[in-house]
Design a protein around this ligand. Sequence first.
Ligand code: 9MR
Length: 397
Amino acid sequence: MKLRRWVSIATVSLATMAALNTVPATAGKPYDPTKQTLGALGLRHGLQIGTAVDIAALNDGSNPQYLRITAAEFTSVTAENAMKWESLEPTRGKYNWGPADQLVDFAKRNKQSVRGHVLVWHNQLPAWLTTGVADGSISKQELRELLRKHITTVVSRYKGKVWQWDVVNEAVSDPWDNPPTLHYKGFWAQHLGPGYLADAFRWARAADPKALLFYNDYNIEAFGSGNPADDKTQFVYDMVRGLRAQGVPIDGVGSQGHLGTQYGNYNTFQVIEALKKFTALGVATAFTEVDVRSQLTDGVQAGDSEEINPRLQASAANFSVLMKACLAVRSCLSYTVWGFSDRHSWVPGWFDDPPEGLATIYDENYQAKLAYHEIKSDLMLAGPPYVLPRITPKPRR
Ligand code: 9MR
C-alpha cells in the first residue's frame, strides 16, 4: 500500500514534470540538480539566466575561466558595452560591428539568447553626436533623424538574433537629482522632449517585428510612496501604462537590480508585488543587471573576515530576493547578472569614495561565492511541483 502510494505519487509528479517540460535528459544517470549550472536550472522554469559580457575579457586567452563560465553557466548574454552607441559608431557614419557581432555569434554557438543593450541612453554617446548638438551643428530635427537611423540600423542588423532589446534606458530622474520631483532626464528628453520614448519603440518595432522591446531602469525593484513625484517605480509604471494606452509597442520592463548591502533592503514580497503590477499592464518583466555591492571598509580591505562575512551574506540574500521574486511571477523572463566575477565588475571603478566592490556571484579568482550558491538553490528548490512556466507576451504591433 505504502509502496503503491509512493509509486503513484512518483508517476503523477513525473507526469507533471513531463507536462511542464521539465524532465531533464538523464541518459541513465540519476538527475542531480545540485550538479547543474544556473542556466540549466533556470530552463526548468523557462527562465533564462544571463550575464553581461566584457568582450575584451572573453578574448583574453590568458584568462580562459572567463569564457568557460560565460559559455557554461548562462543561457543569455548581454553586451556590457559593445552595443552602446559610442562603441558601435565612434566615427559618424562608420559602424564598428566587430565586438557586437562576436558576442552574437558566441551566443549562437552556445545556444544562448541575446539581450540587446542599449538603443537609447544618455550615457556613452559618441562625442561627434554630443558635440554636434552642443555647438549647434546638429539641429533638433537632424538629431531625431539620427536617432531613427541608429535604431533602424542596429535593430535591422540583429533582426531575429536579439531576443529582448533595451530600447530606452534610464529615462527617469532620481529623487537626488535637481529638481527632486521626478521627471524625464538627460540628453534625449532635453533635446527632443519625452516624445522620443514612443518614437524609439515604434522605430525598433518597425525594424524587428519579433524582438521583445523593453524599457530598462534602476531603483524600480519595489514601489515606495506611490506618489510619482518621488516614487520612481510609480513614475515608470505610469509611463508604461501611458505608452501602452497610446498603442506604443513596449513589451517589457527591465528592472536592473543594482543593489547595495548598506541600504535598507527589499523583501521578496515587495519585489513580487512590483513585478505583478507591471505584469498587469500586459508587459513582460526581467531582472537585467543584478549585482549587490558593499562598502570596502578598511577592515574588508585588510581581509578581516568579521567585516567580510556579513557583507557576503547580505549580498547573497539580496541576489536571492530578486531571484525568488522572479521565479514567483510568470512574466519574469530572465535574470541577468551585471558581470559574474568581481574581477570584471563596473562597481570598483565607479564607486571609489567610499570604495565599493564584492558585487558579483564569483570572486576575483572565479570561485563561486555564497550568492551563487543561494540563487542556485532558489532555482533548484523551486522545482516541481512549484514550477511556474513563463508566459511570454506576443510582441506588440
Ligand atoms: O558596466 C558598464 C561600465 O563598464 C561602463 O563604464 C558604464 C558607463 O556608463 O556602464 C556600465 O553599465 C551600465 C549599463 O549600461 C546601464 N545601467 C547601469 C550600468 C552600470 O553603470
